[in-house]
Design a protein around this ligand. Structure first.
Ligand code: MG
Length: 379
């Protein structure tokens, strides 16, 4: 991988309101910095990422470190922080580097790709700009004092991309006080190509910007619902396993695995939301290795598959249909067990039960049915 990214997150961000710097405030369910990191990690064009943070923020930033995300300590000014990020990349020696403000969490994959493409095409530096579409006025004393021609004017955005060695040398040589890295590059005599910016790539500065960014993110959010249904018949035995909980009973449930009908319904609901078939497709009953298997491996697999597709389990609701055993005394433990296996907080999973008024196979106590609904959300 020849392109790295430096995300500058060492600012104190007081204009956005609140005591916490804006990059650590929550936006549509996760921190601003997490959205920004996710945008770069999702790009197949980007290799190592350096997140430059203020020394006081090490603790809050620590969980964001990963195999491809390294943390670096920022300096007193933005330029100092960028330089610290660039120096941290020295061992990786990337060919190109994109430098991005953490407060722009909405930069799209297409924008990142445009900047990378300009560098690949031979530019030493390339940065997104948005041509102005509004008229520009000069104001004085609350009145319009003149109109400024907007031809040739651009709003500067990030990520700004550079030849790594050229921008590192430019930063080392710069006396300080530059507004952005394009200014540093130009001071070193580098030509900077303009690529098309994007309107949604707003920089969170004021409290109102949080609301605007949240609207964009919610508009992108992908919400999926799946349902699952399963039945197992009773056979000889002394207990049943329902939603991961062993319940003593005069009979057992018959099945290839542990016959946990509730966990099967939930697992199928998750596969269904992903349009990924059902348990039988991922764990064929023809394979002896799943005989007597604990059903938690099915649920763990479905949740991992959801995560691989970028989805988290927002909630699930499981209904067991049987005359006996009595589910009520165990329902809380069942919900907690499913939540633990699925890796979500308690309160996101519900387990409840009903009889079928002694009608049908469940009413005749021939077996237990279960149905489940699961909601998956990709932010
Ligand atoms: Mg089953």
């Amino acid at each position: 991988m020849t392109t790295a990214a430096v995300i500058v997150a060492a600012g104190r961000g007081s204009r956005a309101g609140g005591a916490t710097p804006k990059q650590w405030r929550r936006l549509a369910g996760r921190m601003v910095a997490e959205h920004t990191l996710a945008a770069f990690r999702a790009s197949p064009l980007i290799g190592p990422i350096v997140l430059v943070v203020h020394p006081d923020d090490r603790e809050i930033a620590a969980p964001l470190a990963a195999e491809d995300v390294m943390l670096a300590e920022g300096g007193a000014t933005r330029a100092d922080s960028v330089r610290a990020g660039l120096e941290a990349l020295a061992p990786a020696a990337p060919r190109h580097v994109l430098i991005h403000d953490v407060a722009r969490p909405l930069a799209s994959a297409a924008l990142i790709a445009r900047v990378c493409a300009a560098l690949e095409a031979g530019a030493t530096a390339a940065a997104p700009g948005l041509a102005l579409s509004d008229a520009l006025w000069r104001g004085s004393g609350g009145e319009v004092a003149g109109v400024v021609p907007r031809e040739g004017l651009f709003r500067a955005q990030t990520p700004q991309g550079f030849d790594y060695r050229a921008i590192l040398a430019a930063h080392r040589a710069h006396p300080g006080g530059a507004a952005d890295d394009v200014e540093v590059a130009r001071a070193a005599g580098l030509a900077v190509a303009i690529v098309e910016g994007e309107a949604q790539n707003l920089k969170i500065t004021t409290p109102g910007d949080f609301a605007r960014a949240e609207l964009h993110l919610r508009g992108r959010m992908d919400i999926r619902v799946g349902n699952g249904f399963d039945v197992h018949r009773f056979t000889e035995g002394d207990h049943v396993t329902l939603c991961g909980v062993r319940v003593p009973h005069g009979r057992a449930l018959q099945g290839h695995s542990d016959a946990d009908v509730g966990m099967h319904a939930l697992t199928d609901a998750i596969y269904g939301a992903l349009a990924e078939g059902d348990i039988g497709r991922h764990f064929p009953p023809s394979e002896p290795r799943w005989k007597g298997a604990a059903s938690r491996i099915f649920l763990e697999h479905a949740v991992a598959l959801a995560e691989a597709h970028g989805y988290g389990l927002a909630n699930a609701d499981v209904t067991l249909i049987c005359e006996e055993p009595k589910i009520g005394p165990h329902a809380g433990e069942m919900a907690a067990t499913l939540a633990r296996i699925a890796g979500v907080e308690a309160g996101r999973i519900s387990v409840k039960a009903t009889t079928s008024e002694r009608l049908g196979f469940a009413g005749r106590k021939e077996g237990i049915a279960a149905m489940a609904t699961a909601t998956l959300v990709r932010p």
